[in-house]
Design a protein around this ligand. Structure first.
Ligand code: NAD
Length: 454
């Protein structure tokens, strides 16, 4: 398998993919290892994870450089991702003992009752490339702390990062027979679906997620899917700081070249403030520096995958044919690298793919709306349900909109944000099940109810 730098299109490294035989060997290793790991004390497992967290800090320069070179995010954003991952790990370190401890619920009377949380067993963590540290730690950290063994499938676009993660977990004291990587493309991920694993935790596209859920349904084990989105941001006419709202929205659209599950993908603005918002957005957008992700002054690096350039071009062309106007960007810059210009489209509507299909790039359509009712109708006109954001002076007014959103997350005066202390979950085609928060600790254990008489 060739690892290609998306900024230069050069091969960084060639590595060998797993085969069905090596996958089977790793599975047997994990099956044996998990039993011993589950018997260790949770405080010892947490100590290993604390050590891993420290190693992420110690090796951050090498980790950030690898991440940037294999998937193209600007170097500072790679550092931000590592810091974010450490914050999430800290939440799990500080809270897991509390949420994994046995709970006495009835201590009086003839029958005493308690709940004990037991690990699931050997679980699959099939992961995406856009934030490999963040989406990885959402799963493998609480899974390991909970006493599970993890079969981790890093994306083929973040394989070197996956290998770093494995090496640092081992160095931190996680036994090799509790954490193994499945290296390769989707066909290697497919091998994990054939194994009798005890849970499937997937982050990636709707298409693959649906396929996996259908494929593993008969196993009768937990399956969680964190999938894509088409997340809306709505600017009300009472918004206090229009420039701030525009700057936030732009960051939400272009951060990580727009390759975030919760990126702002479409914007609705009330007519009274529409011109001011569009002007502020376009002015800021034109200042974005697109270029070498290793250069500190770069705001937007390349896309991670070459085919995404043609996909975004097709979305822009489709919108223009149907009457949209490009105010900024819209093209693939000349030269090496999988770049795409930050793009703003207006005169858009929901007949256009750019307003309904996940873009996963630095592209946005801005649509004028007359009132909250129209905004709610358009925001909800989607097959996805990950996040929705409202900018307004009035919390009451924003809350009335947020309550109407069939999404796992809503934001008031912020966007494109994930917190380790809140559950992260999608609805509809954005998936099901939650990671992060105490719910993301309990997702990797199963309750056993004890009825104790005598
Ligand atoms: P993808 O579906 O192409 O791949 C995800 C993983 O699945 C990869 O490791 C891949 O090798 C593996 N895979 C592919 N085919 C498989 C198969 N048949 N069986 C088993 N495994 C298989 O997704 P991607 O391009 O890596 O990620 C981008 C998508 O992920 C976007 O839609 C984005 O919105 C979404 N995402 C969601 C979240 C979230 O938290 N909701 C977070 C990050 C990314």
């Amino acid at each position: 398998m060739k690892i290609i730098n998306p900024a230069t299109e050069t091969v960084i490294k060639e590595i060998t993919e797993d085969t069905s035989q090596t996958i089977q060997e790793k599975f047997e290793l994990l099956t044996n290892g998990q039993k011993a790991w589950a018997k260790t004390n949770v405080t010892d497992r947490i100590a290993a994870i604390q050590h891993f967290c420290d190693l992420l800090e110690e090796h951050k320069d090498e980790l950030a450089a690898t991440l940037t070179s294999e998937m193209g995010k600007p170097l500072q954003q790679s550092y931000n991702e590592l810091n974010g991952a450490r914050d999430r790990i800290k939440y799990f370190i500080d809270n897991s003992e509390k949420y994994l401890a046995e709970e006495w619920v009835t201590t009086e009377g003839a029958t005493k009752e308690k709940i004990v949380y037991e690990p699931l067993g050997v679980i699959a963590n099939i992961s995406a490339w856009n934030y490999p540290f963040l989406v990885g730690v959402n799963v493998f950290i609480p899974a390991l702390i909970g006493g599970n063994a993890v079969f981790y499938k890093p994306s083929e676009y973040a394989t070197l990062t996956g290998q770093h993660i494995q090496a640092l977990l081992y160095k931190a004291g996680v036994p090799e027979n509790c954490f193994q990587t499945a290296i390769g493309h989707g066909n290697v991920g497919e091998q994990l679906l054939l194994l009798p694993l005890n849970g499937y935790f997937f982050t990636g596209s709707y298409r693959t997620g649906k396929y996996i859920a259908e494929k593993v349904a008969g196993k009768m084990v937990p399956c969680q899917l964190e999938l894509g989105g088409k997340d809306p941001l709505y600017v009300m006419d009472d918004v206090e700081h229009i420039e701030k709202a525009a700057a936030d929205a732009l960051e939400g659209v272009v951060y990580n070249s727009g390759q975030s599950c919760c990126a702002v993908e479409r914007i609705y603005v009330q007519e009274k403030v529409y011109d001011a918002f569009v002007n502020a957005y376009v002015e800021e957008c034109k200042k974005m520096r697109i270029g070498d992700p290793l250069d500190k002054s770069t705001d937007i690096g390349p896309l991670s995958r070459k085919e995404q350039q043609a996909f975004l071009s097709a979305q822009v062309d489709d919108a223009v044919i149907l009457g949209a106007k490009v105010l900024c960007g819209g093209r693939i810059p000349a030269g090496k690298g999988y770049y795409f210009e930050p793009t703003v489209l207006v005169n858009v509507n929901h007949q256009m793919k750019v307003m309904t299909e996940e873009s996963f790039g630095p592209v946005v359509g801005i649509q004028k709306v007359s009132d909250d009712a129209e905004a709610i109708q358009l925001m909800q006109d989607t097959v996805y349900g990950l996040t929705a954001s409202v900018y307004s002076k009035s919390f009451e007014r924003a809350e009335a909109v947020m309550q109407q959103m069939n999404t796992g997350t809503v934001y008031w005066n912020c966007c494109d944000r994930v917190s380790g202390t809140l559950p992260w979950s999608g609805r509809k085609n954005s998936g099901f099940g939650a990671t992060l928060s105490y719910q993301g600790i309990r997702a990797f254990v199963q309750p056993k109810a004890y009825h104790i008489r005598g």
